[in-house]
Ligand binder design. Sequence first.
Ligand code: NDP
Length: 332
Amino acid sequence: MRWALIGASRIASSYMIEAIRAQGGDILSVLSSDAARGEGYARENGIGRSLTDLDQLLADDSVDAVYISTTNEKHHAQALAAIAAGKHILCEKPLAMTLDDACEMVRAAKEKGVVFATNHHLRNAGSHLAIRDLIRSGRIGEVLSARVFHAVHLPEVLQGWRINDAAAGGGVIPDITVHDADTVRFHLGEDPQEVVAKAGASGMGQGVEDSVMSVWSMPSGAMVESHESFTHPFAGTGIEFHGTKGSLFARNVMTQEPTGEIVLVDADGEHAIPFAKHNLYEYALGLFKGAVAGTGAPSADGVDGIKSLAVALAVREAAQTGQAVTVNYGGF
Ligand code: NDP
């Protein structure tokens, strides 16, 4: 598959370029709004062409798929243009700034008949695949509750638009709560119904929240509590599921690396759960490639991207209003 990158981003240079190539993909071009930075980025990453004009990039018939990893406010227009040009889309989360925009992107891809995937990496991790299998097989019985710990310290080098620019989609809710919403949906196979939340801004940045805690009610009756932050240097990450027959404790698994440990506790005691340690992004790219070839589905599709955004928007509204908010999935 031949790819173009829309966005000369850090996530692409840190993870995605390597993952695309590991799955046999060729990266033909990269789009940057800044010609000099784009040229430098292309040179450093072994990409043949850098362009500043999206239409020119999309006019290249040899490009099969695009990976969109610009700042969040740009995803919508760039995705619609790429869909119109018949390209398959792997789009970063959050898909868009509004639910209507995300729904429009996903509907447009469906009408055009192109694959549309959302880059929710966590559900590709061996740890999360193992957790989901245990829950689905009934090993912990009926799930009563889940707790997500995703309070990290935003590295200084990432303390730009994410923490200072609401118009670019900054804030910990669009950045991390979307991933946690996707991960909980992935494990429980159901969508949060109603949320309450509190958010705070410590002063790390300007104009956006850097910490949030929320509680979600699920259709099954399960309750979820979720904590995301940019300000916690030593908290570590994790996820827990508590059921009528057992509890799952997973530590250091809300990360980009294939790390962590999982312990199942039940009436027989504690059991360490083994899991595969593959690269999360390569795994996602493999499924994306299969979907384009017509032999499967992406790990997270467009509807998954809509739903994770819907939960994040509800959490933000709940935090801003102090009211319980029913999650609006835009008809999906
Ligand atoms: P970056 O800040 O690295 O890049 C975003 C945009 O900022 C780029 O498209 C680029 O614009 C511009 N930019 C990059 N470097 C510079 C620079 N030195 N000076 C000026 N402008 C610069 O963003 P991230 O890679 O952190 O995030 C990009 C997207 O990916 C977001 O949507 C984010 O939510 C998502 N993401 C997803 C992750 C995942 O695991 N799924 C992890 C991290 C991010 P231009 O392209 O015009 O040159």
